[in-house]
Design a protein around this ligand. Structure first.
Ligand code: C5P
Length: 403
């Protein structure tokens, strides 16, 4: 296991207070506790009395590794003031689920239990993930309370629309733990690309030989998807033109699925209006069969010759546009990385290129890369692709011309 102590990724070093109020979605707060912990945060759970009737504090204690709190008198906090002490040195309080009743108390500034007092006494951001029946959510009283909280600077996460525990369908479902984790990560990301449009390509392309066969490569799409996620977290409008991969569309990203290089090029050019940054991560096939067979090619004893024609270089074409966006290329080389990568950057006239040695990153979750730009070469430590993506986005934001 590599040593990542120098790599601050996910929620490492963050302290999160998770508030759990009374609603059936409290059962998902158990999974959420684990998920936030897995991202590296130190999680402290505070339940309302109603919340503790759905899931016991013992469950949260076991999952977070920290004692879970319900009341003021609940165990010994050295100074006897958990509503103050718990909220200090904390990066954010997330209340999930936030019931209609808890939201009403919060909006009115009540402090009649530990969780509401903690929220009132906080000196950190507060995020709430509502969970309630759709009529309760749409009731003017709840609307008023939520608007008031938002005006007070509270961040609203969700709710989602869908099937509810009561059997009805509509708005009021709590966001899933995975979506809440993504919202937390985005919340802590500086909005370096706010107001910018980023278009990316990712994954392999598949060039048809006949209706069932084709030429492709083993690109997993992970680096491109990580960059799309990092751009979205940094506040950009993100379009991801993706070849066939097994990854879900990242949150807050518009994904356009394509198969071949020609389709990828068409979709990229259709998205070029108003684009600020183009990041070409896709492993585009250099050649495609000149004439794919309409019917499945039959096996015979004779040799089969496939004629291949070169595919367009999407990145080079975008970089050559009269008003080209800030273009970032990727290069995987088997040797002499510096010479080839910097050479490619200049040949394609790119302000930035990210290089890595082949075998280092393909398919895996980690990579070792070097960023090449006008200011020279910038090697990054071996790290998860999610971390590298964040660093690359920071570098792009630094070099991007002002609007
Ligand atoms: O020249 P090479 O294929 O090594 O360049 C790699 C870079 O160019 C990557 O950023 C890749 O996404 C992009 N590319 C492209 N269209 C191609 C081939 C490569 O956009 N047909």
């Amino acid at each position: 296991m590599p040593d990542y102590t120098y790599v601050i990724d996910g929620l490492h070093g963050r302290r999160i207070v998770l508030g759990v109020s009374g609603g059936i979605a409290a059962y998902k707060a158990a999974e959420l506790t684990r998920a936030i912990g897995r991202l590296g945060a130190d999680v402290h759970v505070v339940l309302t009395e109603a919340g503790a009737r759905f899931v016991t504090p013992m469950t949260f204690h076991a999952l977070s590794g920290n004692r879970a709190w319900t009341g003021f008198q609940d165990g010994e906090m050295e100074d006897g003031m958990p509503h103050i002490t718990l909220g200090r040195r904390t990066d954010a309080i997330l209340v999930a689920p936030a019931s209609a009743n808890f939201i009403a108390r919060l909006a009115a500034g009540f402090a009649n239990d530990l969780l509401s007092a903690l929220c009132l006494a906080r000196d950190c951001p507060l995020l709430i993930a509502p969970a309630m029946n759709r009529q309760m959510w749409e009731n003017p009283a709840t609307r008023r309370n939520v608007e008031r909280l938002q005006a007070d600077g509270v961040t609203l996460l969700g709710p989602a629309v869908g099937e509810q525990a009561c059997g009805e369908t509509g708005p009021g479902r709590m966001l899933e733990p995975e979506a809440l984790c993504e919202a937390l990560l985005a919340f802590f990301t500086p909005k370096l690309l706010a107001g910018r449009k980023v278009v990316l390509t990712a994954g392999p392309t598949f060039e048809a030989i006949d209706p069932v066969r084709g030429i492709t490569n083993s690109s997993s799409g992970k680096m491109g998807y990580a960059l799309a996620t990092a751009s979205a977290r940094a506040g950009a409008e993100v379009v991801l033109v993706s070849g066939p991969v097994a990854l879900p569309a990242p949150a807050g990203v518009r994904r356009i699925e394509v198969t071949s290089a020609l389709q990828m090029r068409d979709e990229v050019f259709a998205e070029m209006t108003g684009v600020d940054v183009f990041i070409a991560v896709a492993a585009v096939a250099d050649y495609r069969p000149a004439e794919p067979a309409v019917r499945k090619v039959k096996k015979s004893g004779a040799a089969l010759h496939l004629q291949l024609v070169p595919n367009p270089d999407i990145l080079a074409e975008v970089a050559a546009l009269p008003e080209a966006p800030f273009c970032v290329g990727f290069a995987a080389e088997s040797h002499d990385l510096d010479a080839y990568a910097e050479g490619k950057r200049q040949a394609k006239r790119l302000p930035m290129l990210v290089g890595n040695l082949l075998g280092d990153g393909l398919g895996g979750d980690e990579n070792t890369v070097v960023i090449y730009d006008e200011e020279g070469r910038h090697p990054l430590p071996r790290a998860p692709k999610t971390y590298l993506a964040r660093r690359i986005v920071e570098r792009i934001a630094r070099l991007l011309p002002a609007k």
